[in-house]
Ligand binder design. Structure first.
Ligand code: SF4
Length: 453
């Protein structure tokens, strides 16, 4: 708080007009949530937000480490800031997020991008005011080395994206060490926020009119394991559902080894929790799952899917799949096709395996060419497209509840719980509200609908 005050005064002295900030997010929903905190801090310091890099007095790149390609792209973007920085001597260039939790990346920034003023990791967001202050007052770079900081800082101000959607981080880090994933190395070990703090943030969002609230964590199903009080993810969901209001709760990501019947029963008993469950399976083959260190079998995965289908009428599933894991054969890939046809996901995020240095999988032998893997991926995408079209057709004639997101002329776009989009005409503006729609058909990958008045 001391530094907040000092920076506010310093900015008022330095700039004739309100200084402008641009926070650019690369990566996942967790990073987007972190960026909302960074914007909240900057706003409290006296900055206004801008989308223009040229007009910015501070540019912060919130980076992602999930794929090497993503890192290359980010370095390309950082490079482009050199000329802007030269044109505006007061401009601060900062890089934060997962990528700079790797020592070799921080070294590369120091060596090859000397115009970067501030570097701080995912676990040091709240230090930003202090870093800006020191950067200006000492006229010196503030490059933090990656370090383990396990404390959870509550009450960081947030400048959220537009309603009706919002997200809440319920936990940080990951203990799973899937063999392909860099997250446990960059986001640290798993730690959960206290339920009362999550409940306070959730209540506030509902009171402010947010209607679609996503609970975020690398593995939400292991929520509460490090807390003193005995509370698990199902308990947290049930607690949040006691808050009165008209809203839907989503959560991601779930881990198939940790989701259990208690979570499914809690969803069944609380209509405010989305009937779409995101359950990343990654592969349809047990040998590959073992190599991935996922710690469940396809039988166990299908058992929990079957249980959810029995307990929750209309439940649907989305998933993530990696194609071409090191050592995967075409026959093993075909098991993934079979699984996709069996579960009939409504949404699938598919990726070709991308090597991450520093992970176990990076040391595994990988004999399949990228071209071959791309062929497998295209087969899978085609199968999934057909499944989605069949799902869309099955909605014709049904009445559904959907949250209105956008207006294009006199047409509105609303999102169903399972993330399908429905388009409908209306004279009244229902943006940000739930509406009931009668589905009349499909156009492309969206549903067409009539508003039920
Ligand atoms: S559960 Fe596995 S894939 Fe997900 S963040 Fe943790 S280590 Fe990565």
């Amino acid at each position: 708080m001391d530094y907040m005050q000092k920076v506010s005064e310093m900015l008022a002295e330095k700039f004739d007009e309100i200084p402008l900030a641009n926070v650019v997010t690369f990566g996942c929903a967790q990073n987007e949530n972190d960026s909302e905190k960074i914007r909240g801090l900057l706003y409290k310091l006296g900055y206004s937000m801008t989308d223009s890099l040229e007009k910015s007095d501070i540019v912060i790149y919130n980076t992602c480490a999930i794929r090497e390609n993503a890192e290359l792209k980010i370095f390309g973007n950082i490079g482009k800031l050199k000329a802007l920085k030269a044109a505006n001597p007061y401009m601060i260039v900062a890089v934060c997020g997962c990528m700079v939790m790797q020592p070799h990346i921080v070294d590369k920034i120091k060596k090859s991008y000397p115009f970067v003023d501030i570097v701080f990791g995912v676990n040091a967001l709240e230090l930003l005011p202090q870093l800006i202050y020191s950067c200006y007052s000492e006229n010196k770079k503030q490059i933090l080395s990656p370090q383990e900081r396990t404390q959870i800082v509550e009450n960081t101000p947030m400048l959220r994206s537009a309603k009706p959607k919002a997200s809440i981080s319920i936990m940080f880090g990951c203990d799973n060490f899937c063999s392909y994933c860099i997250v446990p190395y960059v986001r640290g070990r798993e730690r959960s926020r206290k339920p009362e703090n999550i409940l306070r943030e959730f209540r506030q969002l509902v009171a402010e009119g947010y209607k679609d609230i996503t609970l975020l964590g690398q593995n939400v199903n292991s929520y509460g394991k490090n807390l003193e009080e005995k509370v698990d993810f199902a308990d947290l969901l049930a607690l949040l559902c006691t808050v009165p209001g008209d809203y839907v709760i989503h959560f991601m990501s779930s881990h198939p080894k940790d989701i259990n019947k208690k979570v499914i029963d809690t969803i069944r008993d609380n209509p405010k929790i989305s009937r779409q469950i995101h359950l990343p399976v990654q592969s349809g083959n047990d040998r590959i799952l073992k190599l991935m260190n996922r710690r469940y079998t396809i039988r166990q995965y299908l058992d929990i899917i079957d249980y959810a289908k029995q307990q929750i009428p209309g439940v649907t599933f989305s998933s993530d799949i990696i194609v071409g894991f090191p050592g995967e054969t075409f026959e093993e890939y075909l098991d993934t096709e079979e699984l996709v046809k069996k579960v009939r996901f409504t949404q699938l995020f598919t990726y070709i395996y991308s090597k991450r240095n520093g992970t176990k999988a990076a040391e595994m032998e990988d004999n399949i060419s990228h071209e071959e893997k791309a062929k497998w991926l295209n087969r899978l995408i085609k199968i999934q497209q057909d499944i989605v079209f069949e799902h869309l057709d099955s909605y014709t004639g049904k009445t559904v509840k959907a949250l209105v997101e956008e207006k294009h002329g006199d047409m509105y776009t609303a999102r169903l719980e399972n993330t399908f989009l429905a388009k409908f005409a209306s004279d009244t503006d229902f943006s940000g509200e739930f509406v009931n729609l009668k589905i009349t058909g499909k156009r492309g990958t969206a549903l067409t609908a009539e508003l039920i008045k």
